[in-house]
Design a protein around this ligand. Structure first.
Ligand code: FAD
Length: 493
């Protein structure tokens, strides 16, 4: 094993590859030589277009200017995801990024709301969330006085191009070429170099596999293994198509449950990303294309494209001298837009543990343990959406309703039903608010609430709830439309 790690090779230049190149060159460019190999012949997946709020922290860390990246990627703001037809046909709720009500260490706001319901205060849980109400009203603004929690919808191809320019300015060397062979050291089994179709050999001390689903380094060379989660997450295909925008962009992603899967709509400034995620056991590719094209607006900008995937995770995200990021490390479903976030958190974890003076098993274990906790929590949160359905109108939904789920999720759902309590697991990237919004949104009704909610008498509770709701309604009324705000915020200097 090497005692100095200086030369990093990133294999693959999709979102994962260029995010890694940007972060490593910005933060460790003085200590490391970074080369990225990508093939112009092999397209990146090009569909990861919805993000979650921590992406702003990633951009801040890299010193990326928000207006500049939004202009470059035709981005819009995202305040959450609107779920339609998930609990039952006709249902609608928004999982927003905001805090609902007020944060209180002793008992979360939903206990006060549940208590209020029993006292005849019938307002929706979402009426007490600023981001959710702004999303519903299609409004948005950034203001110091009324902070708003948000993420972006962005053009994935343009995002990778933006990060490529950013990284190249910081000294990253881009090598174009198809990786034909991954060479290993006979003794250690570590990766030593990549041979390209041109015959060029790219050597490195440490490799980051960003080659997409195939996992050219982590799986095909290192045989790391894969934990298949398709028994919990049955969708295994998507059909994607882009359309011209025909209406002002909404500040949230739409997720519409269909007969054998769900449809996404991701509004950018100039176009809409559309797709249908489906289960091939219950729906053919042709049926999926027909369902999607029957439910989109605007002229098609691309032909419908089928993408096959397996849900699950690579057994180790870090194996020997290789870390897998992005699709090469596994895939849990795009339902809650977690993949780009997982790339980012993998990069941050690797930055913190980076083995400048040689690789230690303890660092590998730390990386993999933290990754596993994070993935388990994301997995459970996504499965929740499928499991907590009352739909019985198709074989797909019957399967989801009746399928076995991980014991950790059984416990979480039961605890909420029995007591109204939500406790986060280690590595959970979603907050109590997120779990509560989705569980309530999909019809899980707690039979109890925390008695801390009875700290106020009836009059006090009524005043508290009504003034909270009024302050949100008032704040939302002051906001410009989402489209107006983008136009003024993103206009060129
Ligand atoms: P890819 O984009 O596949 O890039 C692979 C790279 O490797 C390419 O540059 C290619 O040229 C290179 N490469 C491959 N083989 C070779 C070779 N032999 N030689 C040289 N180079 C090679 N994530 C979100 O966060 N939000 C979403 O809304 C979202 N929606 C999604 C919807 C669907 C249907 C799917 C399938 C995924 C979605 N994702 C989403 C996930 C997201 O698309 C990915 O996490 C993200 O794009 C990162 O992909 P990647 O860079 O790992 O792989």
């Amino acid at each position: 094993m090497k005692d100095k790690i200086q030369n990093i090779v990133i294999a693959g230049g999709g979102t994962a590859g260029w995010m890694a190149a940007a972060a490593f060159s910005k933060l460790l460019g003085k200590n490391l030589n970074i080369t990225l190999v990508e093939s112009d012949e092999i397209a990146s997946i090009g569909v990861g277009e919805a993000t979650i709020p921590p992406i702003k922290t990633f951009h801040k860390l890299l010193g990326i200017n928000e207006q500049e990246v939004m202009r470059a990627t035709h981005a819009t703001f995202k305040l959450g995801i609107g779920f339609e037809n998930w609990g039952q046909q006709g249902d609608h709720y928004i999982h927003s990024f905001g805090v609902t009500g007020k944060e209180c260490w002793a008992g979360e706001f939903h206990h006060f709301w549940l208590h209020g319901l029993r006292k005849g205060i019938k307002d929706d849980f979402g009426d007490y969330c600023y981001e959710l109400q702004a999303a519903k009203a299609n409004k948005f603004a950034l203001s110091k006085n009324t902070p708003i929690n948000y993420a972006y919808h962005l053009d994935a191809t343009r995002y990778a191009q933006y990060l490529q320019e950013f990284s190249k300015k910081l000294g990253v060397t881009r090598v174009e070429g198809k990786i034909q062979q991954v060479n290993k050291d006979n003794k250690s089994g570590e990766i030593s170099s990549l041979t390209l179709a041109s015959g060029q050999i790219v050597e490195g001390d440490f490799f980051i596999d960003c080659t997409g689903f195939q996992g050219l380094l982590i799986e095909q060379a290192l045989h790391t293994g894969f934990d298949d989660w398709s028994h919990w997450l049955p969708c295994d295909r998507a059909v994607a198509v882009q359309t011209k925008a025909v209406a002002a962009p909404l500040p949230y992603t739409r997720s519409i449950a269909r007969e054998s899967g769900w449809q996404w709509r991701i509004p950018l400034q100039n176009r809409v990303g559309n797709g249908l995620v489906f289960c091939s056991k219950y729906c053919s590719d042709e049926e999926a294309i027909n369902t999607l094209t029957a439910n989109i607006e605007g002229d098609l900008l691309t032909e419908p494209r089928i993408i096959k995937f397996n849900t699950g995770r690579r057994r180790k995200g870090w194996n020997k001298n290789c870390v897998a990021l992005g699709l090469s490390s596994g895939f849990i479903e795009p339902l809650e837009s977690t993949s780009i976030h997982l790339i980012m958190s993998g990069i941050i974890r690797l930055l913190r543990l980076f083995p400048f003076d040689g690789i230690h098993q303890s660092a590998i274990d730390e990386y993999n343990n933290k990754l596993n906790s994070e993935l388990n929590a994301v997995r459970d949160f996504i499965i929740l959406h499928y499991k907590a359905t009352q739909r019985e109108d198709s074989n797909f939904w019957l399967h989801c309703k009746n399928m076995e789920i991980p014991p950790s999720l059984v416990h979480k759902m039961q605890l909420f039903k029995d007591t109204g309590r939500v406790f986060l697991d280690d590595g959970d990237i979603f907050r109590v608010d997120s779990w509560t919004q989705v569980m309530l949104g999909q019809g899980i009704k707690p039979t109890q609430y925390h008695k801390i909610a009875e700290i106020m008498n009836d009059k006090e509770l009524e005043n508290f709830m009504s003034s909270l709701k009024a302050s949100i309604t008032n704040a939302v009324e002051q906001l410009p439309s989402h489209a107006e705000f983008i136009q003024s915020y993103c206009k060129s200097d």
